[in-house]
Design a protein around this ligand. Structure first.
Ligand code: TA6
Length: 292
């Protein structure tokens, strides 16, 4: 008697806080949910029913607030600055503009956020951002930024991906050896990564500059390897707050830092400039190799 038969479907459900959430299911058995709020992937589930993304049990689901976990969209600012941390895209309500469910092939959904009076008050540019999420045996996320105004503008962006891990101190990030980095925990001191396997044994908050397009995360606790391939994102952020850092995050429970690791494809130090009428696209593909 085989397991449950999976079909390619998209259904809309009411998520936490009453937020519209779209549930995607692929014939491979991979499942995913993404909220209209922030166009944020909240969950990505392996056919073995294992959750692959971390979503904080203390996450807040309220208009105007950021959800702690999944894949927050960072735009148009990375980190702290003139705008709220990581920009306004992840706290805005996006619009579903595309849904595609073919008999075979990926299942995909597309969201759009465009400038309005409220965004132009804080960021005086006319833009549209589109996010496409495509589920198959991999998870493809594409971020497109359109300049719909008459003046060039520059932005930073990232897919702030929270990977679910068994124990972050038993994980390693591979592929960063030789990359220059900026360490946000030591006053933006610069260094060069010399580890073939980057281990996370203390709080870490680094941006690796011009990082390789292909990286992997080995979770030796849950026997899972994540393969990350990025395009149009020049940098990679590696972040884990540790016990000390998570104490300052009310939406991250004690000890939960141990079961998450952020490896983020982004344009963090490199700023992207888009001319009027033009667009910039960037993408990441995630693949999970789970030892059953
Ligand atoms: O991506 C790393 C980082 O910039 C850290 O410095 C930390 O602030 C993290 O993002 C979370 O930021 P948030 O605004 O979501 O609390």
């Amino acid at each position: 008697m085989g397991g449950r038969v999976h079909k390619n479907i998209i259904s809309q459900v009411q998520g936490p806080g009453g937020m519209p959430v779209f549930a995607l299911e692929h014939a491979s058995g991979y499942r995913l949910s993404v909220s209209e709020h922030g166009a944020q992937v909240l969950s990505w589930i392996h056919p073995s029913e294992r959750e692959l993304l971390f979503l904080s049990p203390q996450a807040v689901f309220e208009a105007g607030k950021a959800i702690r976990g999944g894949i927050p969209i960072v735009f148009p600012q990375f980190g702290k600055g003139a705008l709220p941390s990581h920009g306004f895209a992840r706290t805005k309500k996006w619009k579903v503009v595309r849904q595609q469910v073919r008999e075979d092939g990926p299942v995909s959904i597309g969201f759009r956020l465009q400038s309005d009076f409220s965004t132009e008050q804080v960021w005086p540019h006319q833009f549209a951002v589109e996010l496409d999420v495509e589920l198959s045996e991999t998870l493809l996320v594409v971020l497109k930024v359109f300049n719909t105004g008459s003046q060039p503008f520059s932005f930073n962006s990232a897919l702030h991906t929270y990977f679910a891990v068994g124990d972050v101190e038993r994980c390693a990030v591979l592929g960063l050896r030789g990359a220059d980095f900026v360490d946000f925990l030591t006053g933006r001191a610069r260094g060069k990564e010399d580890a073939t396997e980057l281990r996370i044994r203390e709080p870490m908050d680094r941006v690796y500059l011009r990082s390789p397009e292909c990286l992997s995360i080995q979770d030796r606790d849950r026997l899972c390897t994540f393969k990350i391939t990025k395009e149009g994102f020049s940098d990679t952020v590696v972040w884990n707050p540790g016990a000390s850092g998570s104490a300052a995050l009310p939406d991250l429970g004690d000890g939960d830092w141990r079961t998450m690791l952020c490896v983020e494809s982004g344009n963090v130090e490199s700023t992207i400039t888009v001319l009027p009428g033009e667009a910039h696209a960037s993408a990441q593909i995630l693949r999970a190799e789970v030892e059953e």
